[in-house]
Write a protein that binds this ligand. Structure first.
Ligand SMILES: [Zn+2]
Length: 289
């Protein structure tokens, strides 16, 4: 059968990507439980998880993988080999330390199948580690509460401010001090974005930046009354009830809730969440389905 014009126009890349601009950066991604999870901020050249690789995501060189479940990591060899084929620099992929050995073995298997190299800088992380990504950005990691070892990530923007001992001085005095070689400013770090990966609510409460960062991307796998929060926690996931119980703590400007279970129809999920969210959260929450 001949394909009609509309079919030929269908984009090659069928990985869904939702997108929203927040201030001077853009959040792109998509996440459904047991299906696929991937996120990135193109302006920062940072991505999180790779359950699938939308074609455009290949341009992002720095990645942070939360854990080893396939819906979060399956496309790792795809990213590595695509970048090699297109003669781009090998990506740098951070992940929980325990994943390094199996991921190296996976890439070796890919090289045997592919008869080509699969070059990547793999970096193992432990909770509390900080990665200096660039002059402007750092990423720290914290332990989340999932069925296997799992990390959440905080993206910090590095800024400078005048040291407190110089704040009483006038502009020209500060300039003279600086010219004489005195370090007049000190660095401080602002939490711009948190990505939790998969976690029961204990993983939210362990890191204060979860509640303070400008943007929070987190999971809310279960939402209905018959999916009990206790069971969600056993599976290492968060329930709508957990988010509601913490409603007053979220200081974030934007909260993206994702990783919804496929057991419910998207419209059912949307309806339940929109009805139950308190006024204080409704305007700041995006439900990504
Ligand atoms: Zn998982």
């Amino acid at each position: 059968m001949e394909a009609d014009f509309d079919e030929l126009e269908t984009p090659v890349d069928n990985a869904p990507v939702l997108s929203t601009k927040h201030g001077n950066f853009t959040i792109e991604g998509y996440s459904r439980a047991a299906v696929q999870t991937y996120w990135r901020v193109p302006e920062w050249k940072i991505g999180f998880d790779m359950g699938l690789q939308p074609w455009s995501f290949m341009a992002t060189p720095n990645w942070f993988v939360s854990h080893g479940h396939l819906d979060h990591i399956a496309a790792l060899p795809v990213l590595v080999t695509r970048r090699r084929l297109l003669k781009m620099e090998p990506p740098t992929i951070h992940m929980p330390e325990s994943l390094i050995e199996p991921v190296e073995a996976m890439l070796r298997a890919v090289q045997r199948m592919d008869r080509g190299r699969a070059p990547a800088n793999l970096v193992g992380l432990r909770p509390g580690d900080v990665v200096e990504v660039s002059r402007e950005l750092a990423v720290s990691c914290f332990p989340t509460d999932h069925r296997i070892e799992s990390l959440g990530f905080v993206v910090w923007e590095k800024r400078k401010k005048l040291r407190p001992e110089f704040t009483h001085l006038e502009g020209p005095q500060i300039r003279d001090l600086r010219l004489s070689g005195v370090e007049v400013s000190q660095e401080f770090r602002l939490p711009r974005l948190v990505y939790t990966g998969d976690t029961a609510p204990a993983g939210l409460d362990i890191e204060p930046a979860v509640y303070e960062a400008d943007v929070l991307i987190t999971e809310m796998t279960f939402v209905t009354k018959h999916e009990r929060p206790e069971d969600s926690h056993k599976f290492g996931h968060t329930h709508l009830e957990d988010i509601l119980a913490r409603a007053d703590r979220f200081r974030n400007e934007l909260i993206i809730l994702a990783h919804f279970s496929t057991r419910q129809h998207p419209e059912t999920i949307r309806k339940i969440v929109e009805t139950r969210l308190p006024e204080s959260l409704r305007s700041r929450v995006k439900i990504w389905l």
